[in-house]
Design a protein around this ligand. Structure first.
Ligand SMILES: Cc1cc2nc3c(=O)[nH]c(=O)nc-3n(C[C@H](O)[C@H](O)[C@H](O)COP(=O)(O)O)c2cc1C
Ligand code: SF4
Ligand code: SF4
Length: 287
């Protein structure tokens, strides 16, 4: 099978999953940020995989750059397309609506999302930590098993099962998500330091949320944060990081800072997480 596996990742969860799938399928692993300078993206392989994290499932779920990537895809009508959404919360409530949105986006480009999967992995976003009821080792163990299932499905270019059941569940959780949307928008306005009555949308607020990120006195000017940022959103000025307001909210800068100098509203001070099998050098491959 000739497969290109595209990934977007902040803490390495999606990268680790994408890399394992690429190894099994002998596919080509490609970072989404590395192709975003192209006007259009023409896929040469027969199959395309998109592996990405879920962000704010109740609002939209798809990271802005992943959305931008899909919008650039050309000639995908004959391709077998699969997606893997990694999430920190329950897969049914978080990955399901996100993948639904991705399916619609792919359809708008003339393609079809043939198979969709989700993997529950440790969450970097510690304010939502109470949603996770399993320890990391259990999650990694389940993830390895899930990747084998994913491989068996995509190797046979199969479609997902349980479509009707998923649609029914999606229909049931939609009103709840709708109610939560306002809460998340207020949160985003606050973090992007916009007034409460701003007309800015979700897509316009997210890039500005870096206004609530800062480096403290521990910063030694090593520039790791600038190098891991998938959006090239950090410039080093006078040996200090300066955020440029086109943030993806991925939290890579926070999580990979070697001295934990970056303050972020969602991360408890002194805590950090990144996938244990991913090294900083793997993250640099974003570029
Ligand atoms: C800004 C942000 C929002 C998130 N929102 C959700 C969410 O709504 N539901 C969920 O299950 N996980 C959420 N997560 C957790 C990530 O989806 C999860 O940790 C993912 O595996 C991270 O993948 P990555 O390391 O490849 O970036 C969020 C993470 C971030 C950074
Ligand atoms: S990674 Fe941390 S220590 Fe290095 S420049 Fe960025 S904030 Fe400073
Ligand atoms: S500035 Fe930080 S949170 Fe924003 S995209 Fe870059 S690495 Fe991610």
């Amino acid at each position: 099978m000739n497969t290109e596996i595209y990934y977007f990742s902040g803490t390495g969860n999606s990268l680790a999953a994408a890399r394992d799938i690429a190894e099994k399928t002998k596919g080509t692993l490609i970072s989404i940020p590395s192709v975003m300078d192209r006007l259009h993206i023409n896929i040469k392989a027969d199959s395309i995989g998109i592996v990405f994290p879920c962000y704010m499932a109740q609002l939209y779920g798809i990271p802005l750059m992943v959305e931008g990537f899909v919008k650039k895809l050309e000639n995908i009508d004959t391709k077998y397309i699969f997606a893997v959404c990694t999430c920190g919360g329950r897969e049914s409530f978080n990955a399901l609506p996100t993948l639904k949105n991705l399916g619609r986006l792919i359809k708008s480009k003339g393609g079809k999302l043939s198979a969709e999967f989700s993997i529950n992995l440790p969450m970097n976003n510690l304010n939502y930590y109470f949603f996770q009821d399993q320890n990391h080792e259990t999650m990694f163990k389940k993830c390895r098993k899930k990747i084998e299932v994913i491989y068996q499905c995509i190797a046979g270019k199969k479609r997902n099962n349980y479509r009707i059941l998923k649609s029914l569940f999606y229909f049931l959780i939609t009103p709840m998500n709708f109610l939560l949307q306002n809460f998340y928008i207020i949160h985003l306005k606050e973090k992007s330091k916009e007034p409460g009555d701003t007309k800015l949308t979700y897509h316009e607020l997210i890039p500005l949320t870096d206004k609530s990120i800062s480096a403290d006195d521990k910063c030694n000017g090593c520039s790791v944060c600038a190098k891991v940022c998938p959006a090239g959103n950090i410039k080093m000025t006078g040996n200090k990081p300066v955020w440029q307001h086109h943030c993806e909210m991925c939290m890579a800068c926070v999580e990979w800072c070697p001295v934990k100098a970056i303050r972020h509203w969602n991360i408890e001070e002194g805590k950090s997480y990144h996938h244990p099998d991913i090294k900083i050098s793997d993250m640099y491959r974003h570029h």
